[in-house]
Design a binder for this molecule. Structure first.
Ligand SMILES: [Zn+2]
Length: 302
């Protein structure tokens, strides 16, 4: 664990579109709000789902979508509470989850993430800084200020917020956040409800780590737990179990193809491998062919 700035807050226990087209697109983004428990909400706009916990004195926020949506997200939060955001937690480094970091990083708000999120956000923003697309102040405000390697807990009156790292799943810096009393878990992009997953192999993700992350979540939650996926609608434990079943099935189909000596091209073009799930899960951002390629590459490199 490492501290980069100290601020007041909870007690912490450490264990090419053109501009006009883009503006038109922004106009259309509406931030919708789902209430999942007495204190936890899910915000949906564009990019990863946001989690909001409204505590006794402060707000605990999970992920922040894109830089251009920050004002809308702030307005949505203001419609729920006027309490300050004490913590902003990044589930991982991708820009549709961390893009608004600098806009939320005030003296009242501490940014928290896994060690590798800070490293990868630094690397990503460094290029923009070198190209003079962002200022040094913006760069500094993008970065997580408290980082951890395995897990970290936050306490707010009777609520315990447990964040834990899962290894080499969607990336190499994923963490899930579980609100114990509210019984809500935010799984970040280790869960894509109702669609094939994106596993970022270049940023340290792996199929086996992804499946193991689901199993870890299943050990923590109950039948009643509400699950916030990184993308998609809120889910139940039953839905997560069935999703893991699908991943295991696809994994064994692709493993069988590898054992049979099939090439990447053969697996990519063989629709029968994932035919049972393509209709229900293959129409999202990750198409069946891309899913088969990613699973193949990940299993081959094991
Ligand atoms: Zn992601």
């Amino acid at each position: 664990m490492a501290f980069y700035k100290t601020k007041v807050g909870f007690f912490i226990f450490i264990s090419s579109f053109c501009v006009s087209l883009l503006s038109a697109q922004e106009e259309e983004v509406v931030i919708s709000i789902d209430k999942l428990s007495s204190d936890v909400y899910m915000l949906t706009g564009q990019g990863g789902n946001i989690g909001i916990y409204i505590g006794q004195k402060h707000v605990f926020m999970i992920d922040d979508q894109f830089d251009r949506l920050s004002d809308k997200i702030k307005a949505a939060i203001a419609s729920l509470t006027n309490k300050p955001i004490a913590f902003l937690f990044n589930t991982h480094m991708h820009g549709d989850h961390t893009g608004g970091n600098a806009n939320f990083n005030t003296d009242l708000t501490t940014l928290v993430a896994h060690d590798n999120v800070r490293k990868r956000v630094m690397a990503g923003q460094q290029k923009k800084l070198d190209d003079k697309k962002i200022t040094l102040a913006y760069y500094n405000n993008m970065l997580p200020e408290v980082t951890f390697s395995e897990d970290i807990s936050f306490y707010d009156d009777d609520e315990t917020i447990m964040a834990f790292h899962v290894h080499n799943a969607h990336t190499d810096g994923d963490a899930m956040v579980y609100f114990v009393n509210n019984d809500v878990i935010h799984m970040g992009d280790t869960y894509f409800a109702g669609r094939y997953p994106y596993i970022d192999l270049k940023s340290g993700g792996s199929l086996q780590g992804f499946i193991d992350a689901h199993k870890k979540a299943l050990m923590v939650i109950s039948e009643e737990t509400k699950i916030i996926p990184g993308h998609g609608r809120p889910s139940s434990k039953k839905e997560l179990e069935s999703y893991v079943g699908m991943l295991e099935d696809l994994k064994s189909n692709i493993m069988a193809a590898i054992v049979a000596g099939k090439s990447l091209e053969e697996v990519k073009s063989d629709n029968s491998i994932s035919a049972a799930y393509d209709n229900s899960h293959g129409s999202g951002f990750i198409k069946p062919e891309v899913m088969r390629e990613t699973f193949y590459r990940s299993l081959k490199s094991q």
